[in-house]
Design a protein around this ligand. Structure first.
Ligand code: ZN
Length: 106
């Protein structure tokens, strides 16, 4: 799944928060990827305003770690908690992106 391709197709629907021009021709640069979350630098083609956005792409996958395993392995509690937070963050970012890219760009 090409995150930049998806973003580019969506960009024209949104306006630059700084100058109000369409982001259709903005520059998109992938900064980094972690699991299903991507950090992308967006540069407005009009005013060159640069912003970093975090984008999460939803992929319907089965949970890799069943809940019961968390109880059976107390020593992994910390790791499990961090993983849960990351999933929550990803879903939060996705919700924001689908709703309004402008709010994500702030
Ligand atoms: Zn702009």
């Amino acid at each position: 799944m090409d995150v930049l391709d998806i973003l580019r197709r969506q960009a024209g629907r949104f306006q630059c928060p700084k100058c109000g021009e369409s982001l259709a021709n903005c520059e998109l640069e992938m900064i980094g990827q972690h699991d299903d979350q991507s950090l992308v630098r967006v540069t407005c083609a009009h005013c060159k305003d640069t912003r970093m956005i975090a984008v999460a792409i939803a992929t319907e996958v089965e949970p890799q770690t069943p809940l019961v395993d968390h109880r059976d392995q107390p020593s992994d509690d910390l790791g499990a908690a961090i993983s849960a937070d990351e999933v929550l963050d990803a879903r939060l970012a996705l919700t924001t992106f689908q709703g309004d890219l402008n709010s994500l760009l702030r």
